[in-house]
Design a protein around this ligand. Structure first.
Ligand code: CTP
Ligand code: CA
Length: 221
C-alpha cells in the first residue's frame, strides 16, 4: 500500500465506527433505548478522518452533526447497526463505541398498545446480536477491532473479561461512575490489550479520540 504523508498516516485505510444508542421498538410510538450522547464515537470518527482514513460512521439516533468528510449511516436498532457494519466491510479497523441495547422486545406491536383494565403489559425481551463480537469473528475481520466498556465498578476486571469473550484486540475501558462522564465532555479511559493495560489521564473526549486515532495509526502498518 502507498504510505500517506506523515500528517495522514491512515490515508487509504478504511474505518468503521459505531456510535450513539440503539433504539428498539415496543410498538409504533414506544422504544427501549440506551443512554448515549454519541459524543465519543463521533469524536473518534472525526479523529480517524483527520488522519486520512475513509470513515463509515454507523450511528444510532443522536443530536450530533456528522463530522465533515465522514460517511454517516443512520440506524435505529441493533440489528440495523449490525447490517450496516457488515455492509461497510472490508475495513482495516472497527471501533465499536455504540451503546447497543442488549435486549429488544420479542415482538413488536403493530398498533399502539393502550392502557386499560388489563394493567401494564409484560415485556418479553430477547438478546440483540453483539456487533463487536460478530465483527471480531467475521471472515472479513478488520485487522484491528476495538471495543469500549462502560463500567460503574471493577472496570479493568470487566474490560479484561470482555477482551476475551468478544474476541477483539483492544477494549477502551471507561469508568462511567465518575460524575459528568455520561453525556459530558470528559472521559477517563484505560486501553486494555492482550499485551497489558495503559491508563490515560482524564481528558476531553476530543483528546481521547485524537490519542486513540494516533494509537490506531501506529498499529496499522
Ligand atoms: N456491543 C456491541 N453489540 C452489543 C453489545 C455491545 O457491539 N449487542 C459493544 C459495545 O459497542 C462496546 C462493547 O461491546 O464496544 C462492550 O459493550 P458493553 O455494553 O460494555 O458490554 P456487554 O457485552 O453488552 O456486557 P454488559 O452490558 O452486560 O456489561
Ligand atoms: Ca451492554
Amino acid at each position: 500500500a502507498l504510505a500517506g504523508p506523515a500528517s495522514k498516516p491512515l490515508a487509504g485505510k478504511r474505518a468503521i465506527v459505531t456510535a450513539g444508542p440503539t433504539v428498539e421498538p415496543i410498538d409504533p410510538v414506544r422504544v427501549i433505548a440506551n443512554r448515549s450522547s454519541g459524543k465519543q464515537g463521533y469524536a473518534i470518527a472525526a479523529a480517524l478522518e483527520a488522519l486520512g482514513a475513509d470513515v463509515v460512521l454507523v450511528s444510532g439516533p443522536t443530536a450530533l452533526t456528522a463530522p465533515a468528510g465522514v460517511r454517516r449511516v443512520s440506524v435505529e436498532t441493533a440489528h440495523e447497526m449490525l447490517m450496516a457494519c457488515e455492509a461497510a466491510l472490508p475495513a482495516d479497523v472497527a471501533v465499536c463505541v455504540a451503546a447497543v441495547a442488549d435486549w429488544r422486545p420479542a415482538s413488536v406491536g403493530e398498533t399502539k398498545l393502550k392502557k386499560g383494565a388489563g394493567g401494564p403489559p409484560t415485556l418479553t425481551l430477547v438478546e440483540n446480536p453483539d456487533i463487536l463480537a460478530t465483527l471480531s469473528k467475521d471472515q472479513r475481520r478488520p485487522r484491528l477491532v476495538v471495543g469500549f466498556a462502560a463500567e460503574t465498578h471493577d472496570v479493568e476486571v470487566h474490560a479484561r473479561a470482555k477482551l476475551q469473550t468478544k474476541g477483539c484486540d483492544w477494549i477502551v475501558a471507561n469508568d462511567v461512575s465518575v460524575a459528568g462522564t455520561m453525556g459530558g465532555d470528559d472521559n477517563a479511559v484505560a486501553i486494555v490489550t492482550h499485551a497489558g493495560i495503559e491508563r490515560w489521564e482524564r481528558m476531553s473526549k476530543g483528546e481521547v479520540a485524537r490519542r486513540l486515532a494516533a494509537r490506531i495509526a501506529e498499529e496499522l502498518p
